[in-house]
Every structure is written in structure tokens, then in C-alpha cells.
Write a protein that binds this ligand. Structure first.
Ligand SMILES: Cc1ncc(COP(=O)(O)O)c(C=O)c1O
Length: 364
């Protein structure tokens, strides 16, 4: 049978892209995806089961996710009209790129401005939509580069700007004054501040959202113990929320996800806080021990550490993998990333195993 020649119908951008596939294989210890350790109490797990059992299985989910939206709004200190809930922040990134995609008069395609290194989905989701991506390299301290921002806004006016703060993979908060410079330099662009790791940080940027009409904030439950639910949310002006609701698929969040995420940010909010406290404590311990072992560790405001290795990161990555520990290395991207590892802060026993492995490898 002759095959349908779909290749000629594909977007040309797809030729150069590979699917997002962060890991493969089974590992005793997974510290590669910035998930939270499993610290939920038995009582919390029992409540999650009880609430799952109440699902009206034959019914479609609430298309407006009203209960969840209200719960997320209260959790974030905004109103429900300012919240769009999505299947992870990934979906909201895609929604924004789809909705805000009318090219500016001077450009042939919409432009997205972001940093490098940062969360890869900004550029991947933009590219699959045929959008242009301008990546401004972070400076030597992994902060927004002042000269880079100035140069970028001189050459282009993006539709969207994505800034992660705390940034992934570097873990640091980006300088407030530089974020403000960017926001003020681009009043006709939407600046999305991605706060996926905000629960682990000393502060948030919600005040920038309140002060500037061109700012929106992204949040997620994935990093505080509920990655399985796939629930993220965007905080934006109601007028933008209404437009995004036109683009969003009506049943984008399953009924169990809506109900369990609502439970997570209301009744189980104390459990989330307790998980964050353990991780923040462990972050300090892991960071100090790694520094004692001679590694340079960037001060982290997230649930992972950005660690510089004297020898190639690829060797550390492989050696840890052989010991059943999966971390994240960015060595295929070369340059200054070839000597950096990203280590998710795990449960105390996982962090002990990681430290023991580093100790052994250093003395091997
Ligand atoms: C900065 C940042 N934003 C968004 C996400 C995606 O989060 P979600 O699981 O909510 O799609 C990640 C996940 O690694 C991230 O690091």
C-alpha cells in the first residue's frame, strides 16, 4: 500500500526539532526533573483517594474549572477572573503563543524573546508555531544581561517575552531592576514572568503584575508535589483571560485533576508548605556539602542546584547514572553548559546517596 505523503504537509520547523524527552530508563534515584520528594502524609494520600472516588465519571469536566480557578486565585492572592488554569504551565505557554500571534507590522512572523539558558518549552512551543525566537544569553552570574536586553529591544519588538524567575536551570532569581527595565522598554509586548519555582523563593513578582499592564505571571503545582495532576495557572488581566479562554480547549483539565488540585491548594496547603520547608532545608545542606567537596554552587531560590564541575559534566552525569542516580546535564549544548549539572533537591535519604556518590567519585 502506498503511504500518504504527509511529510510535504508538515511545518518545515519540525525537521529540526526533536520531541521533548527529558529522560529514559529506570533509576533508583531520580533527581532530574525538579519534582518534589514524596513527603505527603498518609492522611493526605487518603484524602486524595476519597476525593478521586467522588468523580462523576460519565460527565465532562467543568469547562470553566470554576472551583479550581477560585481556589488557585485565593492561593495566589488574586481574583478568579484573573486566572486561567491549564494542563501544566506548558499548556499556558502554548495558549499564549497561539493567542498573541499576530505579527507586529515590522515583522513577518511573531517574535518571542527569552533568555538562554532557560526553560526549553518557550522556544520549542514558539518554533512549532513558526514563530521567531530571540534568546538573550544570561550574563556571567546567570542574571539578565543589561547589554543583552538593550541590544534585543533595539532590534526587535516581540509579541511575548518569557522570563523564568527563579530561572531553570540556573536556580537564581533574576534581578528585579533588569526585569523592570525589560517591562518598561516593551510596553506593547506581554512579559510573562514564569514563577514555576516561586514556592522555594524568598519573594515573588506579583507586584510587577499589579503595577504593569503588560505583565502576566505563570505558576504550577508540578514543583511542589503534584506534577502528576498537570495543573498550572496563568495570572493575567481579565480581558486577556477572556481571550485565552477562547483559544483553550473546553475540557483541558480532567475532573480528577480539577478536584485534586483544588484539594491540594486548600485542605492540603499545609502539606505543600511542609514539603517546601524540608526541601529548602535540604537545599542548604546539599549546597554546603557540595561546596565542601569543591564544587561551585549557584545560590538557589528553587528546588534544585546549579553546580559547576571542574571536569566535564558529561562524565559526572554518566558516572552518577551508573550508580543509579539520574540528574540533569546540559552538556550536549556545549559552551559554558558543558561544566554544569542541575541537581533536583530530593528527600534527605536521596540527597545523602547523591553526596555519597559524589564523595566516592572524587576519591576514585
Ligand atoms: C520554568 C519552568 N516553567 C514551567 C515548567 C513546566 O511546568 P508544568 O509542569 O506546569 O508544565 C517547568 C518545568 O520544568 C519550568 O522549569
Amino acid at each position: 500500500m502506498r503511504e500518504f505523503p504527509f511529510a510535504e504537509l508538515l511545518r518545515p520547523e519540525l525537521r529540526d526539532l526533536t520531541p521533548y524527552a527529558p529522560h529514559s530508563g529506570d533509576y533508583a534515584i531520580r533527581l532530574d526533573s525538579n519534582e518534589a520528594p514524596d513527603l505527603l502524609s498518609e492522611r493526605a494520600k487518603a484524602r486524595l483517594l476519597e476525593v478521586s472516588a467522588e468523580t462523576a465519571w460519565r460527565r465532562y469536566p467543568d469547562p470553566a474549572a470554576r472551583a479550581l480557578r477560585s481556589a488557585l486565585a485565593a492561593h495566589s492572592g488574586v481574583t478568579p477572573a484573573e486566572v486561567v488554569a491549564g494542563a501544566g504551565s506548558d499548556e499556558l505557554i502554548a495558549l499564549l503563543l497561539t493567542a498573541l500571534s499576530s505579527p507586529k507590522a515590522e515583522h513577518d512572523a511573531p517574535v518571542v524573546l527569552t533568555t538562554t539558558p532557560t526553560f526549553v518549552m518557550y522556544q520549542m512551543s514558539a518554533r512549532v508555531r513558526g514563530q521567531r525566537v530571540l534568546e538573550v544569553p544570561l550574563d556571567a552570574d546567570w542574571d539578565l544581561s543589561e547589554s543583552g536586553i538593550r541590544a534585543a529591544v533595539r532590534v526587535t519588538e516581540p509579541n511575548l517575552v518569557f522570563i523564568a524567575s527563579p530561572n531553570n536551570p540556573t536556580g537564581n532569581l533574576l534581578s528585579r531592576s533588569r526585569i523592570v527595565t525589560l517591562i518598561e522598554a516593551l510596553p506593547r509586548s506581554l512579559v510573562v514572568i514564569d514563577e514555576a519555582y516561586v514556592d522555594y523563593a524568598d519573594g515573588n513578582q506579583l507586584d510587577l503584575y499589579r503595577q504593569h499592564p503588560n505583565v502576566a505571571i505563570l505558576r504550577t503545582l508540578s514543583k511542589v508535589g503534584f506534577a502528576a495532576l498537570r495543573v498550572g495557572w496563568l495570572i493575567a488581566r481579565p480581558a486577556l483571560v477572556r481571550e485565552l479562554d477562547k483559544v483553550r480547549l473546553p475540557y483541558n483539565l480532567s475532573s480528577p485533576s480539577q478536584a485534586l488540585a483544588t484539594l491540594a491548594v486548600t485542605e492540603l496547603a499545609g502539606e505543600l508548605k511542609a514539603t517546601v520547608e524540608v526541601v529548602v532545608r535540604e537545599r542548604a545542606r546539599l549546597s554546603a556539602k557540595l561546596a565542601e567537596l569543591g564544587f561551585r554552587v549557584t545560590a538557589s531560590q528553587a528546588n534544585f542546584l546549579w553546580v559547576q564541575t571542574a571536569t566535564p559534566a558529561a562524565d559526572w552525569f554518566d558516572a552518577l547514572k551508573q550508580r543509579g542516580i539520574l540528574v540533569r546535564s546540559f552538556h550536549p549544548r556545549g559552551g559554558r553548559l558543558s561544566h554544569q549539572l542541575r541537581l533536583t533537591v530530593g528527600a534527605p535519604v536521596e540527597n545523602d546517596a547523591l553526596l555519597a556518590a559524589f564523595g566516592e567519585l572524587l576519591h576514585a
